[in-house]
Design a protein around this ligand. Sequence first.
Ligand SMILES: NC(=O)c1ccc[n+]([C@@H]2O[C@H](COP(=O)([O-])OP(=O)(O)OC[C@H]3O[C@@H](n4cnc5c(N)ncnc54)[C@H](OP(=O)(O)O)[C@@H]3O)[C@@H](O)[C@H]2O)c1
Length: 224
Amino acid sequence: MDLNGARILVVGATGVLGQRLCERLGEHTTEIVVTGRSAADAERLRDRLGLRAAHALDLVDHDQAAAVVRTAAEELGGFDAVLVATGVAAFGPAAEEDEAVVEELFEVNALGPMAVLRAALPHLADGGAVAVLTGVVAELPVAGMAAYAASKAAMASWLGSLRRELRRRRIAVVDARLPHMDTGLVDRALAGPPPTLPPGHNIDDAVAAVELGLEHGVREVRLD
Ligand SMILES: NC(=O)c1ccc[n+]([C@@H]2O[C@H](COP(=O)([O-])OP(=O)(O)OC[C@H]3O[C@@H](n4cnc5c(N)ncnc54)[C@H](OP(=O)(O)O)[C@@H]3O)[C@@H](O)[C@H]2O)c1
């Protein structure tokens, strides 16, 4: 898809990767609506980059998510692309995972993004694209992050089915299977100290790869 002048919804725009992606996309278009849990943070980003609009959106509330997506679709007159950059991690042995933490992982990493995309699809132009930041953990089980990996795997599986279903509308479904980067995500985990992780991959490389993936409608974005 052509990113120049494209109408894009970015959910989770206030995170580290979300902001960097908005900066890159903002070089092609200012027809971008951003969301974050904090309206003030989202508005600051909108003002800094001169974007179209900003809204508060907590993915745990699916009704609110659908309402925000509808509002964004009205503001932009439909979407050419939707990018979901929300996510949360948690660490610890599978046998000791807290139920509430597991539920929140699935809400933020899988059920919420699914609700956003369901609400967005009727407004998405044929030939457009959706992209979700999943992670290599979706396909590579790692000890100490079972529910986090399972929530990402659930999202990746759902995207795989969606891709087949949207083929006729020529809508690309981009699954960004990113490796570990030092964005601070692991320090904001809902539970547990992170296991020892390898040095983080370069954030600029990841952001550029996602932008390219969106532009070319690739199935998966990988850094290796
Ligand atoms: N960093 C990595 O190593 C890495 C590797 C692979 C994949 N990823 C994925 O990339 C995505 C972005 O991660 P990041 O590194 O940029 O981390 P981040 O800076 O912590 O960003 C996480 C984003 O998720 C949002 N979020 C958390 N809980 C939410 C909720 N209940 N409702 C709505 N939004 C919520 C945060 O919103 P607020 O800004 O309002 O807090 C923030 O925008 C995540 O899906 C992550 O799993 C990251």
